[in-house]
Design a binder for this molecule. Structure first.
Ligand SMILES: C[S@@+](CC[C@H](N)C(=O)[O-])C[C@H]1O[C@@H](n2cnc3c(N)ncnc32)[C@H](O)[C@@H]1O
Ligand code: SF4
Length: 449
């Protein structure tokens, strides 16, 4: 029964890190609209910053991130010059009364930056924005990059959360995705970060990789648990070779099928929950005391372009090539091509190339989709309180879906539309029911489980 369900419900749907999703952004939103939106941020807004470093010193074949391999540092230096210019241009348009409560360095691999470049980047951000004293500062780390000097620099920039890419420790799997990384090396990075006062460690692991079996994945999960991370992200490998050419290096014949993927996900999730982690949303696990777990219990978990977060900021500014921001008025994306991004920011301009201005209906649908992805359900009363004009139509859709749902994915419980335990792994598929833009989607997404 469950196998049939998995096969039927695994058709591609978005990951809903925004609504509408990025393929629906359009070119009518550019630098002028962006400047206007930035200027409207006021003292009561809390701001999150995301800085994208689109470079790595290795190229993992599975990778779907916006990054480029470079073995020379010159392109990174040139990019940083542009990033500093963009930070100044955006900082000049944002009121200093707006407080930055979170800063995330992502990529690519921010850890390939030279130590003094990390410090200079943080100093530039501090010069141009007002940081809250307790701002979260998180960094995506490739354990392969780290040495003592880089650990010291990360401590100097005030890193509060270290997010390590692990993926899988099995040597056959590692070879098949061109990502060699030993357990000892990874443990060394966790210990060095903790020795410098980092209290929150996240590890990314993947299922659905070539040659992965339940046994190899269980070994990886046991090894990860021995590091006692505060959070674990368990992502399904998204195989999208039509978008990422280097994924054609992956042997498709060695990829687990959709049912095997589902079993891998379910087994790893069981192991993590048995070890004391709380399941958060569709792909995260956190120790009960971690802020993500606290937010999930309190119903304040959020989802943005970086995935699940406890950050309550109401505005997100993306810095760097390809990065996406989310302001009260809508979404904005920077030029993805690094050369063109640099040309624009070095001329003193903003690098926004597309975006989306939210309508009232979009806001109502974004609300329920985010609630389904974070809390596996939503309250009709809360929907009506925030979005009265569209609550009736969305409520009717929810009631209609629950009535017609022979798979037992969701039901109406009093004032709430809730996903059942069987429905939770298909949260993306259920969220898609409320997506009014899906039919016109121009992108092709990864499979749903
Ligand atoms: C920017 S990387 C992490 C930091 C660092 N570059 C590293 O690899 O260690 C972000 C994460 O995205 C996830 N990721 C990348 N490509 C993926 C794909 N095709 N499917 C699912 N997750 C993917 C990986 O788990 C990876 O750790
Ligand atoms: S997984 Fe990380 S290190 Fe590997 S190519 Fe992607 S961003 Fe770079």
């Amino acid at each position: 029964m469950q196998h049939a369900l998995v096969e039927r419900l695994s058709s591609p749907v978005p990951r809903y890190t925004s609504y509408p999703t990025a393929p629906h952004f359009n070119e009518s939103i550019g630098p002028e609209v962006y400047a206007d939106w930035l200027g409207r941020l006021a003292a009561e807004n809390r701001l999150s910053l995301y800085a994208h470093i689109p470079y790595c010193d290795r190229l993992c074949w599975f990778c779907a991130c916006h990054t480029k391999q470079t073995l020379r540092y010159e392109p990174v230096e040139a990019y940083l010059k542009g990033l500093h210019a963009e930070i100044a241009a955006i900082g000049a348009r944002v009121s200093r009364e707006v407080s930055v409560t979170a800063l995330h360095f992502g990529g690519g691999s921010p850890t390939l930056l030279r130590p003094d470049d990390m410090r200079a980047l943080k100093a530039c951000l501090e010069k141009n924005f007002s940081f809250a004293a307790d701002a979260e500062i998180s960094v995506e780390m490739d354990p392969n990059d780290l040495d003592e000097a880089r650990h010291d620099a990360l401590a100097d920039i005030g890193m509060t959360r270290a997010s390590l890419g692990i993926q899988d420790f099995d040597s056959k799997v590692q070879k098949s995705i061109n990502r060699i990384q030993t357990f000892e090396q990874t443990r060394g990075v966790v210990e060095a970060a903790r020795a410098r006062g980092v209290r929150s460690v996240n590890c990314d692991i993947l299922y659905g990789l070539p040659h992965q079996t339940l046994e190899t994945l269980a070994e990886t999960v046991r090894a990860v648990l021995s590091l006692a991370p505060d959070r674990i992200a368990l992502f399904g490998y998204a195989h999208v070779p039509w978008m990422k050419k280097h994924q054609t290096m992956i042997d498709e014949a060695a990829l687990p099928g959709v049912v095997a993927r589902f079993e891998q996900m379910a087994m790893a999730a069981d192991m993590l929950v048995s070890a004391g982690y709380e399941a958060i949303g569709i792909d995260h696990f956190a120790l009960p005391a971690d802020r993500l777990a606290v937010a999930a219990r309190q119903g304040t978990l959020r989802r943005n372009f970086q995935g699940y977060t406890d950050d309550q900021a109401d505005a997100l500014v993306g810095l760097g090539a390809s990065s996406i921001g989310q302001l009260p008025e809508g979404y904005i994306q920077n030029m993805p091509a690094t050369g063109e991004y640099l040309r624009r920011v070095e001329e003193g301009g903003l690098a926004a190339v597309r975006g989306y201005a939210l309508t009232e209906e979009d806001r109502a649908r974004a609300f329920v989709i985010e609630k389904i992805m974070c809390d596996f359900g939503f309250s009709f009363a809360a929907l009506a309180a925030c979005h009265p004009a569209f609550s009736g139509i969305i409520r009717a859709e929810a009631v209609g879906f629950a009535a017609a749902d022979r798979d037992g994915l969701a039901r109406i419980e009093g004032d709430r539309f809730v996903l059942t335990a069987a429905g939770r792994p298909f949260a993306r598929t259920v969220a898609a029911v409320f997506d009014a833009h899906l039919a016109s989607g121009r992108g092709r997404h990864s499979i749903a489980v």
